[in-house]
Structures are given as C-alpha cells and as structure tokens.
Design a protein around this ligand. Sequence first.
Ligand SMILES: C[S@@+](CC[C@H](N)C(=O)[O-])C[C@H]1O[C@@H](n2cnc3c(N)ncnc32)[C@H](O)[C@@H]1O
Length: 225
Amino acid sequence: MERTPTPAEIARRPTPADPRLDLLAGTLDLHHGRIRFVHPRDPTALLYEDDAATDQAYPPYWAELWPSGIELAHAVSERDWTGTHAVELGCGLGLPAVAAALAGARVLATDRSADALAFAAVNAEQNGASIETARCSWDDPDTLLARGPFGLVLASDVLYGQRNVDEMHALLPRLVGAGGEIWIADPERPLTEEFLAAARERWASVRTSPTRLPKIWIHRLTPAG
Ligand SMILES: C[S@@+](CC[C@H](N)C(=O)[O-])C[C@H]1O[C@@H](n2cnc3c(N)ncnc32)[C@H](O)[C@@H]1O
C-alpha cells in the first residue's frame, strides 16, 4: 500500500493548477487515537459553487478547517456509538463523521458540495473508517429523509444565515428517530441564540456543553420520548 506523505513532503510538492488538489495534511488526537486528514491549502483560491436550483453561488466554506468541526469530532469520539445510525449535515471535511465511524456508528456524511463529500470520503478512508456520502441540500432533503431516521444527527458551524437556521428548524425534527440526539457544534454565531430559543419551544430538551475551546459550544437537542 502506498505510504501517506508527510506534511513536509506535501508542502514541497509543486503547486497544482487546481487549488482543490493543493493539499495540506493534518492530524487530530481523538479519544480512540490520532486521525489524519487532508484539506485544501488555500480555501480562498477555490471557486464559488453554483447552485442551479436557487440560481446562486456560494462560497467554498466546506474547505476550511473550522474549530467547531474539530471540537465536535473530539466530543463524538468520547462515546461508543456501536449500532447507531448517524448522519452529518454540512460535513465539509467530515471530521465528526470520521470520529463517529471510528466509534462504531454507521455514518452518512452529507453536504451540498460534491467536493466536500470527496474530501470526507478520503479522510475516512485514510483512517480505515467506512462512511457513506450523499449530496443533499437542506431545502431539498428527500435523499436524506429516505435514509433516516437517524439516532445521531451531527452538524458543526451551520447556524450562519437566517436561511440556514430556518432550514435546520424544518429539517431536524424529520431526521431524528425516537431516542435519538442532535449534536450541533457552534462558535457563537449571531443567530445561534435565536435558534436555541426556538429549539427550546420545540424539543424536549436542549442542553449546551462547553468544549475545549472558549467560544465553541455543543448544543444537544432531544425529541420527546
Ligand atoms: C461553515 S461550513 C462547516 C463545515 C464543517 N461542518 C466544519 O465544521 O468543518 C458549512 C458547511 O455546510 C454546507 N452547507 C451550507 N449550506 C448547506 C445547505 N443548504 N445544504 C447542505 N449543505 C450546506 C457547506 O457546504 C459547508 O460544508
């Protein structure tokens, strides 16, 4: 099997023409050990992606290494998820999905960006984790709903923008099964308090826990009985 190049070896490579292939490698220490991952070196060099359905283009946020994703992966890895069917929404590089799979869950990683799914799949594979991926937008979730319900719904740094918040309110109750949980990692985005206030009206419980980082929180939502 081909050896995974070290970060120094990757850094010495000539810059490829496609910035999606100009990679940096990183590692993350989780409870079950160290995982390795790759991500685009310069997300700002990536093109905006077209969304034909809405006639909009959106920034390649999937390519950033967001602290919320790292903290969610770490928190997920604290538990044994054997037998749990999990989904990650807006997975980006897919670190929480990889952590859940390594902790025993059967995982579906989803994003509206096909490039994000490619990175999530590679990041799973290089850690010996098995995940499935599906391209899906929160406003057109039939593919996702057909694969549910899920015992664990993961999302990190998705509560930016009113549209995202509205779509989360509509989608989350349709995804989680009885006895399931939703874990959302968030870096105090401006709309998060509003999201949580509405969630407290709709969900049996909404609990917020700190992470290792001062301004990153994990909000856990559970449905009634
Ligand atoms: C800020 S990034 C966070 C990425 C990753 N969860 C993390 O924390 O590293 C937001 C992610 O949500 C995805 N996303 C945004 N809006 C979406 C939508 N309407 N449907 C599906 N995915 C969406 C983006 O493609 C991106 O991967």
